[in-house]
Write a protein that binds this ligand. Sequence first.
Ligand SMILES: Cc1cc2nc3c(=O)[nH]c(=O)nc-3n(C[C@H](O)[C@H](O)[C@H](O)COP(=O)(O)OP(=O)(O)OC[C@H]3O[C@@H](n4cnc5c(N)ncnc54)[C@H](O)[C@@H]3O)c2cc1C
Length: 417
Amino acid sequence: MNDNHDSIGRGHAAVKRRQPDLYHDLITPQETLAIREEVRRFADEHVQPAAWSIGHREELVENFPRDLFKKMADAGLYRIPFAAQVGGRGLKHPATATAVLIEELAYYSNSVAAIVDVHCILAGHALEHATPELQQRYLEPLLAGERIGSFATTEPEASTDLSINVMQTHAVGGDADFVINGRKRFITNSPVADFVVLLCTDNGRMTEIVVDLDAPGVRVGPPDRKLGNHGQLTADIYFENVRVPASNVVGSRGAGLKIALQTLTYGRIGIAASGVGMAQAIFDHSVDRLNSRKAFGKHLAQFQHWQFKLAERATEIENARNLYLKAALRMDSGQAFPEPEAAMAKWYATQLAGEFARDGVQIFGGYGFMQELAADRSHYRVEEIYRDCKISEIYEGTNEIQKLVIARAIFGKGVTG
Ligand SMILES: Cc1cc2nc3c(=O)[nH]c(=O)nc-3n(C[C@H](O)[C@H](O)[C@H](O)COP(=O)(O)OP(=O)(O)OC[C@H]3O[C@@H](n4cnc5c(N)ncnc54)[C@H](O)[C@@H]3O)c2cc1C
């Protein structure tokens, strides 16, 4: 499908970006600043015109934004997180650049940010633990955008709690090959993906295994219908006697949970960045609206109520961006689990996006509540963000779990459990 098929680009038109004037960046490496500029140019040109349409489509396989997915591949965006040996850009600060990539995509579309987050950070990063042979088969085509990746830990009865005794997807055997049975839930990209990096039990331990989604015995259900992020397709994946070679193990047998948790820690930095991207978009659209809309003979911006509200949000965006950059820089310095900053960044930035989305709709009044105004087909970014932002407080570790991670750093595991 042409991603721009029904976008009229009105109401959603670009507004002045406020971040360059308000945010004095002292911590981002030059290399990452260049990535921000490159991705922003790409997003202005290719994501902005398609974003409204992507965010308002029915969740169907044929509505996956394939045009844009390919454009991102052609622009080399999926290479940003990775080392040169596997075809990546070989950056000195790959996690920081990747988080900035996610912020810049989420500024226009949280659906697109989520597609890329799962493709690159979850599926891609997990494969960094794989053998060179597996990387050649799965990671290199993922970087080229020739194969779409997905990553599965969640099950109907296991998600926040990923303990082995609740997990119901089992791989048995494993000398020459495994036989896998079970079911995964809410798996992003799965309706269009080529493979899944799967966390399952393996004879009393937990292991990550790559499974082709066209293998006999694998079935992907129809896409779920969600509150927001309509461009991001999720579905259940069913495994019935699926035979997978033992060589498809990622890392070593028994290392699955550690790899999954490390991957999700990287992921939570990405989700923090997506929260900042959404908050910045609400901010820019709100300032524009407050400066142009009048009531009682004044611009709304002249009411101190809104001046103070925007002053508070500007400060919170500053804090949220600094936090995710700090977490990413710690990851780039070799910390596989850069806590408590990663948890702080994820909780703080996504809560900010959620609270600010509520304010954003309020600032736009009735127009903020419209998906599309019948009189002139106009639409406003805050409506979509209001629906999209909620999931960022839930996926890749709920915000309650982020607070548990922070509390552990304060009180120790002996107290928090
Ligand atoms: C759009 C979308 C995309 C997703 N993509 C993927 C994907 O690609 N791959 C994947 O594997 N999963 C994916 N998920 C799953 C997602 O990560 C889970 O939904 C999330 O981890 C929460 O799990 P749950 O929904 O089962 O909630 P539950 O685990 O049932 O939790 C319910 C509530 O209980 C709270 N809770 C649980 N334990 C505690 C505690 N100890 N203290 C306090 N509160 C607690 C939680 O914080 C939450 O608020 C996706 C989900 C959605 C909706």
